[in-house]
Design a binder for this molecule. Structure first.
Ligand code: ASP
Length: 381
């Protein structure tokens, strides 16, 4: 009887071990980026995904070198701002009067420090200007002329609007301006008027969330806004609690989508408040709930990337598609010899990217090869 009891309890323990979900292992550090939530046409899908991977890796490089989450977010967003496939920095969309007005925000979850800029016209990297606001002023948001002259004051390279405008942005503007109020038509199902702008056009806002090896979380968002917007219009992206929020004890969030809707429901903060109230038990459901709530209350669509304080990475969206890329790093690289005696360095990274809910796995291997070559002074990535 005793034997039966012991073996059955052992069997039970074994079965429980096999079938219960393994506890979420906390990564040493992690990063997730997005390249916007919208229709993402097949013609730019691959470039969008590759751009997100490259940006994630730029941030990962910082984290790998022991850098802060803030520096990783800036590096990743700078990379996206350089890429014309995205609506941020170089490649920003055009306003109704064919200008460029960019918005950005960055937040440090360790101490609630925040910097943001809106309607900036003279720099290629609004996220860096936002970081200057955070680190060099006692303010949280600087707009328009004030932000442009602050960018000069801090020595940021000055650019002309023509230097930021791409053919993609021009083509999109020409098409979209036939559709009246594109700000509402693109993302808001309640106020959308028929016909809607062509689905094959469009490119989008970028954002990043990172957690560093000290458990500090940072988030940032950068955008040119929505094509054909009124000059002076400010969307959700640079608004604290709407376009981004970070607090170490809960997590970090960057959002994208219909700015006016996101602003009305404070999407970034509402995701984190839900996670805090649910005692972090199901962060994924909390984010789904926040997006559904936005759709129910104000008919707005959008997307969210999040890293919880446990290092869990969550991405979700209510638009047709969203592009994201993520890297979670679990341990130091371990060199080992393969069967032919060649020394291989294996990185314990989990990397996913995609423009649909099913994510592709990808490897940082190629990037790491270049990284080590660069360290030896050979290649720039
Ligand atoms: N949220 C941005 C805005 O409304 C646009 C976007 O994310 O696509 O300015």
């Amino acid at each position: 009887m005793a034997t039966l009891f012991i073996s059955s309890s052992l069997g039970y323990a074994l079965l429980t071990k096999i079938f219960s979900p393994s506890p979420v292992k906390r990564p040493k550090f992690a990063i997730v980026v997005h390249g916007g939530a919208y229709n993402i046409s097949d013609s730019i899908a691959e470039a969008t995904e590759m751009g997100c991977r490259k940006a994630a890796f730029k941030g990962y490089e910082k984290l790998y070198a022991g850098g802060s989450a803030i520096d990783a977010v800036e590096a990743a967003v700078n990379e996206l701002e350089n890429n014309e496939v995205f609506d941020a920095g170089y490649g920003s969309v055009l306003t109704r009067d064919e200008g460029v007005e960019m918005d950005a925000i960055i937040m440090d979850g360790q101490n609630y420090r925040t910097g943001a800029v809106a309607c900036v016209t003279s720099v290629k990297h609004p996220i860096t200007l936002a970081k200057h606001v955070m680190e060099g002023t006692s303010h949280t948001l600087i707009v328009g002329k004030g932000a442009d002259s602050f960018s000069k004051q801090v020595g940021m390279p000055q650019v002309k609007v023509e230097d930021l405008v791409t053919q993609i942005a021009r083509d999109e503007f020409e098409k979209f301006r036939e559709y009246g109020d594109t700000v509402d038509n693109v993302f808001n199902s309640l106020s959308a008027k028929e016909p809607q702008p062509p689905q094959e056009l469009g490119h989008d806002t970028v954002g990043c969330v990172a957690i560093d090896e000290n458990g500090n979380i940072a988030a940032g968002t950068s955008t040119g806004g929505i094509t054909n917007k009124m000059p002076g219009r400010v969307g959700d992206s640079p608004l604290l609690g709407s376009g981004c929020y970070a607090e170490n004890c809960v997590g970090g969030v960057s959002t994208t989508g219909h700015g006016e809707s996101i602003t009305k429901v404070l999407l970034a903060k509402s995701c984190l408040d839900r996670i805090a109230a649910a005692s972090k038990s199901n962060a994924r459901e909390c984010i789904r709930d926040a997006l559904q709530d936005m759709q129910r209350k104000v008919s707005g669509c959008g997307g969210v990337i999040c890293i919880s304080s446990d290092g869990e990475i969550i991405t979700d969206y209510s638009t047709p598609r969203m592009c994201t890329a993520q890297i979670a790093h679990f341990q130091e690289p371990t060199p080992y010899k393969n069967s032919r005696g060649k020394v291989i360095t294996s990185f314990s990274n989990r990397c996913y990217s995609g423009i649909e809910r099913e994510k592709n796995t990808w490897s940082t291997h190629d990037f790491e090869q270049k990284l080590s070559a660069r360290v030896k002074g050979k290649v720039d990535i």
